[in-house]
Design a protein around this ligand. Structure first.
Ligand code: DGL
Length: 274
């Protein structure tokens, strides 16, 4: 297939690269187009209306670039915008296209991970306040007791690479301990923000070896693989030249440097802003 029909991957910033990295490893033959709205990140403390507006703009942009399928590799956007986009916008924009999120695949798996049936969720203020994890987990693992804690400082710390600074470490320690104080029986912590795998090692150290710290990337990659198997009509539309394209709404120089650190290979991004 010569026509470019990549899988679109969207995040407010760099966090989605943790998902993209796992997806491209699991499904290397496909073309991908990553868009990071770095100029407007973080989304975590923004209102529903603003997150919806920004996410819709990003989805529209990725559709315009030829993506038949877009993955919102952002929990905040998945929590606050996905349903409205799927139900209200998609039928008008292009009923043949699809937008998927990261919350549903994660909540489908959580039930298989916890032995104590006590699970902790760490996310942005937006994701935690939306109660999306609590609502979805009721469907897929109703016996699991969920405790949540918002970590509003983490995305700014990660976007600005201050998470190894003593002040950054202090925020991470405080937040993990706050979550564990809510329920000492937690044996599984879900990193419900795609930025957080960057600090997964630190979280694991604080939580201790008996607690599983779960990043979403591998789960989302696996679910996407299953989705494409179950939807040959979508799979056939996707181009497979192993191309990777990156767009950022901020400085491409900064994006290239940081993305290379996330992915381990040189990245040349293109600027796009709204
Ligand atoms: N990576 C986004 C998420 O998964 C971060 C949101 C933000 O920009 O605050 O929620």
């Amino acid at each position: 297939m010569n026509k470019k029909s990549p899988i679109g991957i969207f995040d407010s910033g760099y966090g989605g690269l943790t998902v993209f990295d796992e997806v491209q490893k699991a499904l290397p033959e496909y073309d991908y187009l990553y868009f990071g709205d770095n100029a407007r990140a973080p989304y975590g403390n923004r209102s529903f209306d603003v997150v919806y507006e920004y996410t819709l703009e990003a989805v529209q942009f990725l559709f315009d670039q030829g993506c038949p399928l877009v993955v919102l590799a952002c929990n905040t956007a998945s929590a606050k915008a996905l349903r409205t986009i799927q139900q209200n916008n998609l039928p008008k924009l292009d009923p043949e296209k699809r937008v998927l999120g990261v919350i549903r695949p994660s909540t489908e798996e959580i039930g298989f991970l916890s032995k104590t049936r006590h699970v902790g969720i760490l996310g942005t203020t937006g994701t935690i306040q939306s109660e999306s994890y609590v609502i979805e987990l009721k469907k897929f693992a109703p016996d699991v007791l969920v405790s949540q804690h918002a970590c509003p400082m983490w995305v700014p710390l990660i976007e600005n690479e201050k998470y190894q600074h003593p002040a950054g470490i202090q925020f991470i320690e405080e937040d993990v301990n706050e979550l564990l104080k809510k329920d000492p029986l937690i044996d599984t912590i879900i990193l419900a923000c795609t930025h957080y795998p960057v600090v997964a090692e630190k979280i694991q150290q604080i939580a201790g070896k008996d607690i599983k710290v779960v990043s979403q990337g591998p789960i989302v990659a696996d679910k996407l693989k299953q989705y494409l198997k179950a939807h040959p009509e979508m799979e056939e539309k996707l181009s497979k030249n192993a191309l990777r394209e990156f767009y950022s709404s901020e400085s491409t120089i900064v994006f290239n440097e940081k993305a290379e650190r996330f992915l381990g290979y040189p990245v040349t991004s293109i600027h796009h802003s709204f």
